[in-house]
Design a protein around this ligand. Structure first.
Ligand SMILES: Cc1cc2nc3c(=O)[nH]c(=O)nc-3n(C[C@H](O)[C@H](O)[C@H](O)COP(=O)(O)O)c2cc1C
Length: 481
């Protein structure tokens, strides 16, 4: 039976039990102090801060950096916090390979997110403690660890995606809804051309698996994907003013419409690349009609910046699992795909059995050409002798097997407007130059006379010597491994 947290409150208890939560009782300022605490926690890969007293906002609380490490990711899945990355990935793949599990609708009386309901003229976004996350941000960002739910007007398909939102005035938020995200495709491709406002609901402080589903690039509708991760249906409740449903145990819900014909300024903001890249510009407008929230609501904060924040960790994790599925579905004999979150999901390592020439180029073309392609630009292909999760082995393969003239291939592709290495004009055009590092030896090299012999403990000692050394390791005076 999988341990499932129906909300962040239960999840926080598990974080605390694993030494991954620090409760701060002294007052914390929403204006930069809370953001600075969360940033420092990200950079130290530390425990999540629960801030119980926020300046000017009695009764409100913050939870920062909820899932910014693999230990916390393991906890969200009800696993041992010390689980290895491949173990977490295997469990994730096992769950997401089941049949989708549809959500269930619960009565409003059973939905804690309806404990307080504010509609119409009483709506005031500044009644919520939107933090000023980084110095230099264009405004206060309420939505940094959340999701936005919307519906396809033609087939009713529901999407949950994380799209940041800045408070513009008491009833308006603005933010970038990138046209290649699922939410962006429906808004820019269907609502806008028809002059229709797109109903939305922003869910702040969702349970951890709903949040993970919302930032995964899966083609399965996120409420069903959450059910697969949970192993049971996620409980949803109807919104007050729009025809949408939200998790019943969420902390705060903001309902309204995205306007088809009005764009207002947003940004700058500290972003997942570890830089402030987007200029202040006209972005999507969210007009708010209602706010509902739990008693003593907890606003979740992800502080994007240099690694590791939750976007970098979870996007890396889920993007490479999608690539793994894609490549296997094409019959490519890969050993796996992995991204270090420290690469801000710009670099993917793919291991493959090199059964034919140019397999690395084929892999690069498939992943760069996929839906995921705009999010990364470096592919490192290693052979099946290299452990893709082992940084030492990958960097060794890169620097010893990749031929600087024949092994590096440059491609054109789609990018995001956020790549820090692009000039301003390239960012506007969402240019996406890509590079493949082929770290495999040519397969026509003779294994005995041409392929250089790897000199390592595992490859140059007879089995019995290896076993003897390992068996005596502690007797020699070394620490247990
Ligand atoms: C913390 C965080 C903030 C994000 N902000 C944005 C954003 O402002 N705009 C955007 O288009 N994508 C943003 N993304 C990426 C999308 O969330 C991501 O593409 C999406 O959730 C994946 O699902 P989709 O393909 O259904 O859009 C963000 C991701 C994370 C983790």
């Amino acid at each position: 039976m999988t341990l499932v947290f129906k909300d962040n409150r239960e999840f926080m208890k598990a974080l605390a039990a694993a030494g991954e939560l620090v409760t701060i009782e002294q007052e914390v300022d929403w204006d930069l102090e809370a953001g600075a605490i969360v940033r420092k926690v990200c950079e130290e890969k530390g425990p999540s801060p629960l801030m119980n007293k926020i300046k000017d906002y009695p009764g409100h609380r913050y939870l920062g950096a909820p899932i910014a490490t693999y230990r916390k990711l393991a906890i969200t899945m009800g696993m041992d916090p010390d689980s290895s990355i491949p173990q977490i990935a295997a469990e994730y793949v096992k769950r997401t390979n089941q049949q989708p599990i549809k959500p269930v609708l619960v009565d409003k009386k059973q939905a804690p997110c309806k404990e307080n309901i504010i509609t119409g003229k009483d709506v005031d976004l500044f009644s919520l403690p939107a933090p000023m996350v980084h110095d230099g941000d264009g405004g206060r960002y309420l939505s940094t660890w959340h999701f936005v739910t919307t519906k396809d007007p033609d087939n009713g398909d529901v999407n949950w995606g994380m799209y940041r939102q800045m408070c513009y005035d008491s009833k308006t938020m603005t933010g970038p809804l990138l046209p290649f995200s699922d939410g962006g495709k429906v808004f820019h491709g269907k609502y806008r051309p028809r002059g229709l406002a797109m109903p939305f609901a922003t869910v702040i402080g969702p349970d951890p698996l709903s949040a993970i589903a919302a930032c995964a690039p899966s083609p399965i509708p996120e409420p069903e994907y959450t059910g697969m991760l949970m192993g049971k249906p996620v409980e949803l409740v109807k919104c007050e003013t729009v025809d949408l449903e939200v998790p019943a145990h969420a902390e705060i819900v903001i309902e309204g419409e995205i306007l088809p014909d009005v764009f207002l300024e947003e940004a700058p903001f500290g972003e997942y690349t570890g830089y402030r890249t987007s200029p202040r510009d006209l972005r999507t407008v969210y007009r708010v009609k209602a706010i509902t929230y739990r008693n003593d609501p907890i606003t979740t904060i992800s502080n994007m910046g240099v690694p590791t924040d939750e976007g970098q960790l979870l996007r890396s994790f889920s993007l490479c699992l999608e690539m793994d599925t894609l490549l296997r579905s094409q019959g490519i004999p890969i050993t796996g795909a992995f991204m270090w979150p420290e690469s801000t999901h710009h670099l993917v390592v793919i291991g493959v059995k090199t059964i034919y020439s140019n397999i690395a180029a084929q892999i690069a073309q498939l992943v760069f050409g996929s839906k995921l392609g705009p999010w990364f630009h470096m592919v490192v292909v290693v052979d099946d002798q290299t452990d893709i999760y082992n940084y030492n082995e990958v960097i060794h393969a890169l620097t010893t097997k990749c031929h600087p003239k024949k092994g590096i291939h440059i491609y054109e592709g789609a990018g995001t407007p956020l790549y820090p290495f692009l000039n301003f004009e390239e960012r506007l055009k969402m240019a996406g130059p890509k590079v493949l590092f082929d770290c495999t030896f040519p397969i026509d090299w003779d294994p005995l006379s041409e392929v250089p012999r790897l000199v390592s403990f595992k490859t140059v000692y007879p089995q019995e010597i290896q076993e003897k050394v390992l068996a005596n390791w502690e007797k020699y005076g070394f620490k247990a491994r």
